[in-house]
Every structure is written in C-alpha cells, then in structure tokens.
Design a binder for this molecule. Structure first.
Ligand code: NAD
Ligand code: UGA
Length: 434
C-alpha cells in the first residue's frame, strides 16, 4: 500500500515516519522546499524524542521519501493523508481552512480512481463533507472515498502517542474507506488499540470536544489554584486527591501559567466559534478562552510586581517552549508573559534547552543565554515557565548567588519547599498559600 502524506509539520512528519515504520511505502509532501531538502537529507526538522532514529531507519530501508511534487506523490498513492495546518482565522477565531482547500484541490487534480482521501488535520464539523463535494465537483465521475481521521498525539511524546494511542477515531462513509483505515492501522489493531468507526461529523466533533475538554480541565485547576493561594490551600494536594476519583482522572490537573501550544488555544477558539455559528453556544469554552488569556497576564503581573519590589532591572525566564520536549513556541504562555515584562521596562534574560532558535524571531529584545545559570546572572527575579527536566535539579544556591534579587517564581510547581531551604531564595509556587 502506498501512502502520500501532505504536510510535513508535527503531525504529517510524525505520522508519515510511523506509517513507514509499520512497513508501508510513504511519500511525504510539503510546499516548503527548504523543509523537504533537509528532510531528504535525513535531518529531522522538529525536535521530537525518538524521531531521528525512526527517520534514519526508514529512509535507509527505502520506505520513506520526501518531495515537493504533490502531483507525483498523490498519483501513486492508494491512501492520501492531508495533514496541513488549520490555524486561527484573524478576527472571529474560526479555523482557517485555506490550506486544507488548496491541498484538496491539488489532490483532486492528481488522484487515481479509487483513492482514499483522509483528512488528518483538525477541522471543524462539516469540513470533510464540504471537501468531499469540492473534490467530486472537480473530478466528476471519478470514484474516491472520504475519511476523517483526527490525530490525538501530543508534542514531546508524539511517536509514543502515535504508536500507542488510547484510541483511533475514524469517520467513514463507505466500505473502501473503512477497509483502507483498518489496513493502515492494523499494527495498532493487533495491539488491541480500540478503533472508533463513526461518521465524518462525529469524528470532527470528537477531536474538538476532546481538546476543549482537556483545556477546560487545565483552566479549572488554574482557577482552583487561585483559590488555594488566597484561602490557605495547596493545589497539588487538592489535584492529587480529586484526581483519585476515576470519574475525574489524575491527568491535566497541573496548575500553571495557562495552556498554550499550536492546538489548545486555536482549537478552543474554533470550537467556540463553531458553537456560535450553529447557534449552539459553547459558553463553557468561551469562558475557558477568556480565563486563559487573563491568566497569562496575571502571571506576568506577578513577575513584574516581584521585580519592582526587588528593584531589579532584569528578569530571568527559564523555558519558552509551551511545554517540555518540544521546540514549538506557538502561543506559548512565555510569549505573552515576556512581552508584558518587557513592556514594563524590564530586561528579559531567557534560556530554553531546545526552543531558542525558533524563539529568537518571535521575541525581539530578549537576551538569550546558554544556560539557566547564565540567565540568572544579575536578575532580580527568576521565573520558571516550562518544566524541562533540565530545570528540575538546578543548583538553587548557585542561582541565588548569581542573582541580584532572590525571588524564584516557579509557575510549574517543579520544586518543593524543602528544596529551597538554605538556598536564600524567596520561593513562590502556583496555588500554594504557604
Ligand atoms: P504545521 O504548521 O507544523 O505543518 C503544516 C505543514 O503543511 C507545513 O510544513 C506547510 O508548509 C505544509 N503545507 C501547507 N499547505 C500545503 C500544501 N497545499 N501542500 C503541501 N504542504 C502544505 O502543522 P501541525 O502542527 O503538524 O498541524 C497540522 C494539523 O494537525 C492541524 O490541523 C493541527 O490542529 C492538527 N494537530 C496538530 C497536533 C500537534 O501536536 N501539532 C496534534 C494533533 C493534531
Ligand atoms: C494537545 C492534546 O493533548 C493532544 O491530544 C492533541 O492531539 C493536541 O493538543 C493537538 O490537537 O494538537 P499538545 O498541545 O501537544 O497536545 O500538549 P499538551 O500536553 O496537551 O499541553 C497543552 C498545554 O496545556 C501546554 O501549554 C501545557 O503546559 C498545558 N498543560 C497541560 C497544563 O498547564 N497543565 C496540565 O496538567 C496539562
């Protein structure tokens, strides 16, 4: 079976590499010639644990190739995955489907009869049916199947998530589409991964509802953290105990600076916009979007206030990626927080183990440092924004000695009070009154 994967970003590249690892012949396509040149040379263009090794092996064994020639890739494919971006549209928060439409038009022109076209990108309800009709109109009389196959992988653990998902969701309309999906996911099926076969519309709504629910869970615990701080509680103890109830579950209950990333922010906005468009208001999610925006500013204000109190001219920021184990900074809380700190007239000295290359252009004026220690030099306040493992065992005494002030604001609750004893730091975590 030949697979064409259109779009080689986080989802397309990881999916393409993993399908090749399953033994399929995979041709990955991207418009970006620079990206394709690097990938063809065996260079992973994103930081994702385990990706390099799988890429190298599958290129070597001739199962994985990269091209800018979409028509050739699609013409030879039995199954065509579309994994291009669906960013927020400016103004109304709706998902911008222009990349999906352009990719679908190119696929329509080149596909062979009987092709199975799978949208893997996150698309709002109704999109698969609309794209199916668009392709049908472009190639009247040519048979093909439309499939919706949303992806649930997380950055930073993308390979593991793709290989061992909780479930695979497939929206199908016909037997050919169903059988093709059973074949491409057979290796997971053999591992007893549940496969949810449903309609196109359900598959689309499932993806948004899942992300919206998880974003809501994070936002909920962030607000509980505020209450804990003011009323004498500890959010970690609260989260731990409520998470023991299986109906609630322990995951996504870590309080922090607000959710970020390439998906939760845009997908919550799009879900809310879809609700408005269908006159089925998603008021909970509207509120989640608003609360999350406010939270990032509140976290910035906390850092600025501490800097003012310690008469500091600079703040050290540890971590700019939206989460650990990725170099992705799209809608990272650090972006808004750093901008607010700079606006307050303070210098930001920042470090991140992997994201500094991508962050440079997005964050002008930041002094980029080679280590957490270099960032702390001369800073009045050190703020830990991303819970990279490299920040879990810092020599805090050394950090305190390098700073002019002594405040450590740990927005990820990496440290415990006992870690701070004897360091001379004034430690402030999230959701902890003591
Ligand atoms: P991305 O922006 O990293 O990559 C998209 C790629 O598609 C780019 O390299 C771009 O050049 C390419 N592209 C755009 N139009 C094209 C065309 N017509 N032909 C060929 N290539 C084209 O995007 P991503 O983060 O991989 O996300 C892709 C989709 O998957 C989105 O809908 C997203 O919501 C969804 N998703 C992302 C994640 C994640 O962790 N990033 C997880 C699950 C789902
Ligand atoms: C998320 C979902 O977890 C994936 O299932 C989904 O496929 C993906 O979005 C997508 O659709 O793109 P991802 O954005 O990679 O994956 O990362 P998450 O681990 O979900 O974290 C998202 C944000 O929430 C991060 O900023 C993270 O720091 C924050 N978060 C998460 C918390 O603040 N607390 C938590 O307990 C969990």
């Amino acid at each position: 079976m030949n697979i064409s994967m259109i779009g080689t970003g986080y989802v397309g590249l990881v999916s393409g590499v993993c399908f090749a690892e399953f033994g399929f012949q995979v041709s990955c396509v991207d418009l970006n010639a620079g990206l394709i040149a690097r990938l063809s040379a065996g260079e992973a263009t994103i930081f994702e644990p385990g990706l390099d090794e799988l890429m190298t092996r599958n290129i070597r064994d001739g199962r994985l190739s990269f091209t800018t020639d979409l028509a050739a890739s699609v013409a030879g494919a039995d199954v065509i995955f579309i994994a291009v971006g669906t960013p927020s549209r400016r103004g109304d928060g709706e998902a911008d489907l222009q990349y999906i439409e352009a990719a679908a038009d190119a696929v329509a022109a080149a596909m062979k009869p009987g092709a199975v076209i799978v949208i893997k990108s996150t698309v709002v309800v109704g999109t698969n049916a609309r794209i199916r009709d668009r392709i049908r109109a472009a190639r009247p009389g040519v048979e093909f199947s439309m499939v919706s196959n949303p992806e649930f992988l997380r950055e930073g653990s993308a390979i593991e998530d793709f290989m061992r998902p909780d479930r695979v969701v497939v929206g199908v309309e016909d037997t050919r589409g169903r059988e093709a999906m059973r074949r491409v996911y057979r290796p997971l099926y053999l591992r007893e991964t549940p496969m949810v076969m449903t309609t196109l519309e359900n598959a689309e709504i499932i993806k948004y509802a899942a992300n919206a629910f998880l974003a809501m869970k994070v936002t909920f615990i962030n607000q509980v953290a505020d209450l804990c701080e003011k009323a004498g509680g500890n959010v970690q103890e609260v989260a731990h105990a409520i998470g023991m109830d299986k109906r609630i579950g322990a995951k996504f209950l870590h309080a922090g600076p607000g959710f970020g990333g390439s998906c939760f922010p845009k997908d919550t906005r799009a879900f809310a916009a879809t609700g408005r468009r269908f006159d089925a208001p998603q008021t909970l999610i509207e509120e989640v979007v608003a609360v999350n925006e406010t939270r990032k500013q509140a976290m910035a204000a906390r850092i600025i206030e501490a800097a003012r109190q310690s008469d500091a001219a600079s703040v050290a920021v540890l971590g700019v990626a939206f989460k650990p184990n990725t170099d992705d900074i799209r809608e990272a809380p650090a972006i808004d927080i750093i901008a607010a700190i700079q606006k307050a007239g303070l210098t930001v000295r920042a470090h991140d183990p992997e994201a500094m290359v991508t962050a440079r252009a997005a964050l002008p004026g930041v002094v980029w440092c080679n280590s957490a220690y270099e960032a702390a030099e001369g800073a009045g306040v050190t703020a830990l924004l991303t819970e990279w493992n490299a920040y879990r065992a810092l020599d805090l005494k050394k950090i305190a000695g390098l700073m002019t002030g002594n405040v450590l604001i740990d927005l990820r609750n990496v440290y415990k009070a006992e870690d701070i004893e004897g360091t001379g730091l004034d430690y402030r975590s999230v959701g902890n009154s003591s």
